[in-house]
Write a protein that binds this ligand. Structure first.
Ligand SMILES: [Zn+2]
Length: 277
């Protein structure tokens, strides 16, 4: 059965479909290798270092020019003007520096994109560093089911050999772990384009066990998805919130027939309406 996302049986409760899903997440292997050479961020970063320095240089001289104007303003009695200009230039630089070709946004270890999550890092081999949404626009949320427990999902996503991870894992009790920053491309959909444009959410449980999809899990997941949709301007509909099984080229069937889409979408819409526009 090509069902979920973790090697069934790892946590002792699998159905003996060993290895299919871990392999099924493949293509991710290739994606990982390609990522090193094809990532726009990396390529630009490596190739344009000299040209990039030029950009920095010109920004610097622009800055000096502004300060020069400022000094004249002081002579003319415009004290407030010089302070204003200098502060503005500094702020512009602070905002813009990571937009330079080889730069990345500042990252803080353990920083969360979703406040209600607990950070626990996936192994970095299971995702690709990126600068979303500046290099890739995020316009999809992909719903998965683990084919295993919450603990199993965390364990395999920390394994450098797993070649897959999602940004978030939601437990039956409503716990949410964030394992990959939304800036980065997590290998979860088995499709490079979809990985680059999406955020992946795993849900604890098995596709053939409807009792695994608890109220607490639906509600926690809906709050998370609503928050993602708000922050990235993603419409709350089934075109943008999709199942892994709907990803082109995948052989995965998760979240499966017992995932209640009507119930889930209603919850996401409700949570979204509670958040600012
Ligand atoms: Zn999946």
């Amino acid at each position: 059965m090509h069902a979920g996302d973790v090697v069934p049986g790892l946590d002792g409760s699998g159905g003996g479909d060993g290895g299919v899903d871990a392999a099924g997440h493949g293509g991710e292997d290739a994606e990982g290798a390609l990522g090193l050479s094809h990532s726009p961020t990396r390529v630009r970063g490596g190739g344009n270092r000299v040209a990039g320095t030029g950009v920095l240089g010109s920004m610097g001289s622009e800055n000096r020019k502004k300060r020069g104007v400022g000094r004249r303003a002081v002579l003319l009695g415009g004290g407030a003007a010089v302070v204003g200009t200098a502060v503005l230039a500094r702020e512009e630089l602070a905002r813009a520096w990571w937009r330079l070709p080889w730069m990345e946004k500042p990252r803080v270890d353990g920083e969360l994109d979703y406040r209600a999550a607990a950070w626990t890092a996936a192994h970095q081999a299971n995702s690709r560093r990126a600068d979303r949404p500046d290099d890739y626009r995020i316009d999809r949320v992909v719903i998965h089911v683990v084919q295993g427990s919450y603990a199993t999902a965390l364990k395999v996503f920390k394994n450098p050999l797993h070649e897959a991870a999602t940004h978030y894992v939601v437990g039956k009790d409503g716990r949410v772990a964030q394992m990959v920053r939304e800036l980065d491309v997590a290998y979860h959909a088995g499709n490079r384009d979809m990985n680059e444009r999406s955020i992946g959410i795993e849900h604890e449980g098995f596709v053939d066990r409807p009792q695994d999809f608890t109220k607490a899990m639906y509600e926690a997941s809906a709050r998370l998805t609503a928050d993602i949709c708000r922050r990235h301007g993603i419409p709350v509909d089934r075109e943008h919130i999709i199942e892994h099984a709907e990803v082109e080229g995948t052989d995965h069937t998760d979240p499966g027939p017992h995932w209640d889409w009507d119930r889930y979408m209603e919850l996401v819409r409700r949570e979204r309406s509670r958040l600012p526009a």
